[in-house]
Design a protein around this ligand. Structure first.
Ligand code: GDP
Length: 403
């Protein structure tokens, strides 16, 4: 499971990360010793923030192999913490799918309360539609582990988050520095009967890549050999010989006659597999169609979608320009109407009447395509909810938020 830890500067993000590593024994002993010695020599307590700074330094020197993720493990599963080196990179990676978090921990300093970056980061979480959110009220030691302070801040934060449409699944009072309510229940906050951070994380379900998801089989090509084969890669769900299928957007229905994997015939295929199928009836299939299963949740067929896009071309988008829209194997020309533009490093709304979008800006847009698309909300099934826009090269990535 991929998680991201966000919050205002100095509210304890690196300390919490260090703690998670330490308390799950995911930190090599040698590394911890090294940091301990460093802290001793400086006459300081071992600050878990140093652990992360240490990683950072290694990364800057190009020592660590994996530059974007670090891992820790519970008995249930492995977690990767996605790096958020800056807002811009973070938003870009999330939108383009380079790294997509399954869950987020939003930290608020119990003493300081909600600050500017708390708001901005919460906005990003809302924009990306992250469903699994833990609100952690940190530095409880600084407010004497006071339950009333926790309750008051919790109420204030939940009210604010609600305005953005975020409803944290868990709210946990912690002291990251001392490890209270991170891996172990805190004895200093016996008034709190909820879960620790690790217990809460372990409760979240990931939905990715599971064969249980509805079938989404974007058609890549049609081959006419002695039989007619519809080829593609199963993006989600699974397919069996005999399944009743629907071709979208035409809505033609038929049954799967055979499934052909490379050079062999098989009865069943799951998510991630590249296959070809033959059908019982002759259907009109084309590249860009999406095959789904009868009786499962259906995607939306439309030529108008609401989305968030991240513009990543030095040449700005200008009102009236037509772009190529690409989602799974679908490719179609589109028009774009700009609703709102946001600076991705400050998250300020850019006053903009010209309908243009500059490099590294995020925009709320309505896209209208020449032909109907088979799409869905990014949060349901990312493969049909994420797209790119192209001129000669890719100029933007986007996620679909509504229709
Ligand atoms: P970041 O900027 O969000 O990554 O915050 P850091 O993890 O660097 O923490 C900022 C400061 O807060 C450091 O001096 C930490 O030692 C301190 N800090 C973090 N967690 C706690 C806590 O639970 N209690 C106290 N008293 N200080 C904390």
């Amino acid at each position: 499971m991929k998680i991201v830890i966000v919050g205002h500067v100095d509210h304890g993000k690196s300390t919490l990360i260090g703690r998670l590593f330490y308390d799950t024994n995911s930190l090599p002993k040698s590394k911890f010793e090294e940091i301990k010695q460093l802290c001793d020599s400086l006459g300081k307590d071992v600050e878990f923030g140093y652990v992360m700074d240490h990683f950072e330094e290694e990364r800057n020197q190009g020592i660590t192999i994996d530059t974007t993720q670090t891992f820790f493990k519970t008995p249930k599963r492995e977690y990767a913490i996605i790096d958020a080196p800056g807002h811009v990179e973070f938003v870009k990676n999330m939108i383009t799918g380079a790294s997509q978090a399954d869950a987020a921990i939003l930290l608020i300093d119990a003493g300081e309360g909600i600050k500017e970056q708390t708001r901005r980061h919460a906005y990003i979480l809302a924009m990306l539609g992250l469903k699994h959110v833990i609100l952690a009220i940190n530095k409880m030691d600084l407010v004497g582990y006071d339950s009333r302070r926790f309750d008051a801040l919790k109420t204030e934060a939940l009210t604010f988050l609600k305005t953005l449409g975020i409803e944290p699944t868990y709210v946990v009072p912690i002291a990251a520095k001392d490890g209270d309510n991170i891996a172990k229940k805190s004895k200093k906050m016996d008034w709190f009967s909820g879960m620790t951070i690790l217990q809460a994380l372990d409760k979240f379900e990931t939905s990715k890549g599971l064969d249980k998801n509805p079938l989404r089989f974007p058609v890549q090509d049609i081959y006419n050999f002695d039989k007619r084969i519809i080829a593609g890669r199963i993006a989600s769900g699974s397919l069996r010989k005999g399944d009743k299928i629907i071709l979208l957007p035409s809505k033609e229905t038929t049954r799967v006659k055979s499934i052909e994997e490379y050079a062999k015939n098989t009865a069943q295929a799951g998510s991630g597999k590249s296959i070809g199928i033959t059908t019982e009836d002759k259907v009109f299939a084309d590249r860009g169609n999406v095959i789904i299963k009868k009786g499962e949740i259906q995607p939306v067929v439309t030529n108008s979608i609401a989305c968030h896009i991240f513009w990543m071309d030095p040449a700005p988008f200008k009102k009236g320009e037509r772009l190529l829209f690409k989602c799974a194997t679908q490719e179609v020309m589109c028009d774009m109407e700009v609703k709102q533009v946001i600076d991705s490093s400050t998250f300020n709304i850019v006053s903009n009447d010209s309908g243009s979008i500059e490099n590294r800006q995020v925009a709320d847009v309505i896209i209208k395509t020449e032909k109907p698309l088979v799409v869905e909300n990014f949060n349901n099934i990312p493969v049909l909810g994420r797209f790119v826009l192209q001129r000669q090269d890719t100029c933007a990535g986007g996620i679909i938020t509504g229709f």
